[in-house]
Structures are given as structure tokens and as C-alpha cells.
Design a protein around this ligand. Structure first.
Ligand code: NAP
Length: 253
């Protein structure tokens, strides 16, 4: 690690597990003070313990990203604890249930949109307002997916939400570029996390998804985390409105 986030305060949602936890550990190793957030309190506290055990600085704040009052309280907690906010990773998400467009239930659709799309918008809204209040530059990265770039058969609501995340990213990037607020997304391919373990208890499904990855394997959470840390760092100072595939070549096919 080279300290690319030294002196920054970073906030990560969905940081009690998978991609969010790995990224929180990388943020801390790169020098950031980290606000770890999740609905899963045990997972969130465990992430904080892992960071502290490695010599980093982190605090847990519980937040359901689909609820505006909780998101506003989360950003206030960042400022109360560390005095400011410099970068944010809007990563919390759910897979929802697999079903085609006809079989997808209204409840499945609404929940996907509430967490995966509205949750990202609520976070962006509060984070950008905080950057403006601080009158400082800021960087936001949100987790979309390859399902936000290409078709996601059997996951219409998830695909719609993730395409929406990329739309929000581009809108906010253009709106606030002159304020030196950068807004990007990462679009992970298949990453080995608890979400995938739950969705793919059928090993044939995982095998077929791995077979579709040109690189020939699943990605690891830290491979997303390093991309996010770079996008949040000053090294990416001319990068905004970018939806970056981190996918072993999946969308290049
Ligand atoms: P994960 O291990 O399940 O982690 C997601 C975390 O978000 C969990 O701790 C989960 O808590 C939390 N969460 C769920 N709903 C929330 C809410 N309303 N508010 C706050 N936190 C909430 O999954 P992951 O694979 O790391 O996924 C992270 C992100 O990457 C998601 O946005 C996902 O869509 C995206 N993604 C993943 C892959 C992949 O292959 N893994 C590929 C592309 C994109 P609970 O466990 O209690 O629900």
C-alpha cells in the first residue's frame, strides 16, 4: 500500500461483508479513517475489529440505505466522529430473487429498487450536500454491476437498478464536476462473496457464470476494493462520470 488515501475520511455502505468489507480494509491500509456502515451490525463491528487489529482507524454506524432519515444520520455521524467526509463508497446491495420479467414479483421489484437504486441516490444526495457544506472536493464511487452495462436475464429488477446506478453516476458527475466532486461507479463481474454463495448454492449456476468470465475465474473482493480506492484517491483527479468494469473482461466480449 502506498497511502493514496492518507488524511481522508471515507465512508462505505454494505461494509459488514464481501466487497464492502474488503474495500474498508483497503481504505484503512491506504491511510483513510473509515466509517463502516451496514444493516448487519455484527458484520460491521467485525470489519471495524479487523481494521483496528491491522492498526487502522474505523468506527461502525448502522444504516439502512433505503431510508432517507438513516442515510442523513449516517453522514452526520461521519462528521461528528471524524469532522468531515472526503470519499464515499455506496456499495450496499441485495441480489433479490432470480425470476424472469414475467415471474418477477412486485415485492421483489420494489425491494431491489429501494435498496440498489434509491439507496444509492439517497447516499449521493447526502454526501454531495456534505461536500458542498464543507466547500471541499469529494469523491463518490457506487457499486453497479456488469448487470448495469449488459443484460441480466432472470434478474430484471436487479438489472434495472444497476443500470439506474450508472445513470445516477453520470448525472451527478456532470452536475458537480465544476465543484471538484467526482462521481464514478464500479461494475463488478462475478465476485466471490457471501451474496454469490447464497445465490449460487447450485454449483452448476456458479460454474456456468465462471465459464462466461474470459479470465476463467471469479474475482475476489479486494480486486474491486483496489479499483475503488484508486477512484477515490487524488490519483484519479481527472476521472468522473466513469462506469468502470472490473470484470475479468466480461463486457469486452
Ligand atoms: P454481500 O456480501 O451480501 O454484502 C452486502 C452487504 O450489504 C451485506 O452486509 C448486507 O447486509 C448489506 N445490506 C443489504 N441491504 C442493505 C441496506 N438496505 N442497507 C445497508 N446495508 C445493506 O454482497 P457483495 O457481493 O459484497 O455485494 C456488494 C455490492 O456489490 C452489491 O451492491 C452487489 O449488488 C454488488 N455486486 C456484487 C457482485 C458479486 O458477484 N458479488 C457482482 C456485481 C455487483 P445483509 O447481509 O444483512 O443483507
Amino acid at each position: 500500500m502506498t497511502g493514496i488515501l492518507t488524511n481522508k475520511v471515507g465512508m462505505i455502505t454494505g461494509a459488514g461483508s464481501g466487497i464492502g468489507r474488503a474495500t474498508a480494509k483497503i481504505f484503512a491500509a491506504e491511510g483513510a479513517r473509515v466509517v463502516v456502515s451496514d444493516v448487519d451490525e455484527a458484520g460491521g463491528h467485525e470489519t471495524v475489529s479487523l481494521i483496528k487489529a491491522a492498526g487502522g482507524d474505523a468506527v461502525f454506524v448502522r444504516c439502512d440505505v433505503s431510508k432517507s432519515a438513516e442515510v442523513e444520520a449516517l453522514i452526520k455521524a461521519c462528521v461528528n466522529h471524524y469532522g468531515r467526509l472526503d470519499c464515499a463508497f455506496n456499495n450496499a446491495g441485495i441480489s433479490g430473487r432470480m425470476a424472469n420479467t414475467v415471474m418477477c414479483t412486485e415485492e421483489n421489484f420494489d425491494r431491489n429498487i429501494a435498496v440498489n437504486l434509491k439507496g444509492v441516490w439517497l447516499c449521493m444526495k447526502a454526501e454531495i450536500q456534505q461536500f458542498l457544506d464543507q466547500d471541499s472536493p469529494g469523491a463518490i464511487v457506487s457499486t453497479a454491476s456488469i448487470a448495469g452495462l449488459v443484460a441480466a436475464a432472470m434478474a430484471p429488477a436487479y438489472g434495472a437498478a444497476k443500470h439506474g446506478v450508472n445513470g445516477l453516476t453520470k448525472s451527478a458527475a456532470i452536475e458537480f464536476a465544476k465543484k471538484k466532486i467526482r462521481v464514478n461507479s464500479v461494475c463488478p463481474g462475478l465476485i466471490e462473496t457471501p451474496m454469490v454463495a447464497r445465490a449460487g448454492s447450485d454449483s452448476k449456476l456458479i460454474a456456468s457464470m465462471v465459464a462466461a468470465e474470459p479470465i476463467g475465474r471469479m474475482g475476489q473482493p479486494h480486486e474491486i476494493g483496489h479499483a475503488v480506492a484508486w477512484l477515490c484517491s487524488d490519483q484519479a483527479s481527472f476521472v468522473t462520470g466513469h462506469c468502470m468494469p472490473v470484470d475479468g473482461g466480461y463486457v469486452a466480449q
